[in-house]
Design a protein around this ligand. Structure first.
Ligand code: AP5
Length: 186
């Protein structure tokens, strides 16, 4: 099964994908995680992406698509995947369709996690304290939410018009949300 997981920063994409991958026995592909790994390893791509990520802006479409394409060509994703963090704008949504057409791996379902802004802010503030992620400071969080509204939210309509979108309420316990997602997948 090939799933795209959409939602604002802090909506629980990473948390749910980590649990869902065990249920569905498919890998979790997170562009944020791939980029953070490149930053931590100090690769040329990571060096380019570091300050952009810390500010809360989007890394260039070209860099992220190249990185994603490499990941989606590995053997483990041939049985499916849960994609988290991509697409982040309409150009990425179209590029993903083209890439998956070429790989003959069309998306089966797109899940949108709906979470109120005050909950997003509380979760990200909690993670800032617990983990100190570089882009969880108040200024970067505000910018990430703005970028989400301006650039990523239109992607929801894109998938709605393609008929693959399911909206899932993303508030409540982690386990409750997981069960809603599993039910939505049918
Ligand atoms: P990315 O890593 O994708 O970050 P994000 O979208 O901002 O998402 P988060 O990781 O903050 O939130 P999440 O929805 O995964 O929630 P999580 O489960 O972690 O991207 C980071 C950056 O990389 C971007 O800003 C950009 O610079 C770059 N980037 C990535 N992809 C890109 C792309 N395609 N194009 C260009 N640039 C790209 O949960 C958040 C917190 O809430 C955790 O502490 C968790 O424990 C907690 N939590 C989760 N669920 C619950 C719950 N039900 N109850 C209570 N707490 C909960």
């Amino acid at each position: 099964m090939r799933i795209v997981l959409l939602g604002a920063p802090g909506s629980g994409k990473g948390t749910q994908a980590t649990l869902l991958k065990n249920r569905l026995n498919v890998p979790h592909v997170s562009t944020g995680e791939l980029l953070r790994a490149a930053v931590a390893a100090g690769t040329p791509l990571g060096k380019q992406a570091k300050s952009v990520m810390e500010s809360g802006s989007l890394v260039s479409d070209e860099i992220v698509l190249g990185m994603l394409e490499e990941r989606l060509c590995l053997d483990d994703v041939q049985r499916g995947f849960i994609l988290d963090g991509y697409p982040r704008n309409l150009a990425q949504a179209r590029a993903l369709d083209t890439l998956l057409d070429r790989l003959k791996q069309p998306v089966d379902k797109t899940l949108q996690l709906d979470v109120a802004e005050n909950t997003l802010l509380a979760r990200l503030a909690g993670r800032a304290k617990a983990e100190g992620r570089a882009d969880d400071n108040p200024q970067s969080v505000a910018h990430r939410l703005h970028v989400y509204q301006q650039q990523t939210a239109p992607v929801i309509d894109y998938y709605q018009s393609h008929g693959t979108l399911v909206r899932v309420p993303g508030e409540g316990s982690v386990e409750e949300i997981l069960e809603r997602i599993v039910a939505a997948l049918g």
